[in-house]
Ligand binder design. Sequence first.
Ligand code: NDP
Length: 242
Amino acid sequence: MSGRVVVVTGGTRGIGAASAEAFKQLGYRVAVTYLANEQMSQQFTGRTGIPAFQCDASKLDACVQGVKKIVEALGGPVDILVNNAGVTRDAMLHKMTPEQWNEVIQTNLTSCFNMSSVVMTSMRERGFGRVINIGSINGQTGQLGQTAYAAAKAGMHGFTLALAREGAAKGITANLIAPGYIETDMVKAVPPEELVKIRARIPVGRFGRAEEIARAVTFLASDRAGFITGSTLTVNGGQHMF
Ligand code: NDP
């Protein structure tokens, strides 16, 4: 609904940026967060007019402060939270460092606790909320070098189910979107020869576009999706069907 307040974590690039822009076009009040890339943040805000706040989603204190600033800037409590911030730090398990493991788990999974817990009391009091978590096909299938990432994304699935049960009687839905391979900076980091092999396994014959995930995000946020909760929406060009 027009005017609702949306926060998209990791929204200055890729899927998060496309989602924030789609919300703005639909008349929502939107803010995004980012980790450290100031240049990208300034470019994003300059291009879209959407405010961006530096806020490390892996740190609870930062999320408390970040949400406070966003609520002040947008003039109302958060109605819709998109937990999109994520990183990959690929390494085979026998070579993975504790630092890599922790960074991936904290950025992808702990961030969902951090951001959701900060906005949840207000959503429950107001009897409305939407939490949309961006998982991954690789949390459904596993992937070489991604024990941490797959564990975090599969963890987001369980988190979503439990939160959906907790929120159901309070007008709060929680859903997970599991994208396949989407043309963003994250996928550009994959070696080209690997990308050729991956594309060959996608039945529609191409990678996805960030805007295609954004449309799923805005749908799950809408009033029309009020009966959808605890679901996983796969958007992957048919790469993984079940
Ligand atoms: P990008 O790498 O393009 O962008 C990542 C965004 O997240 C940036 O805005 C970045 O900020 C921000 N970010 C990273 N760490 C943090 C943090 N600790 N706190 C706040 N913001 C942070 O990512 P994508 O758009 O490709 O991916 C978005 C989500 O979709 C991720 O969760 C990813 O796992 C998931 N996904 C992506 C797929 C793909 O093919 N691209 C496939 C399946 C899932 P900064 O610019 O400052 O670094």
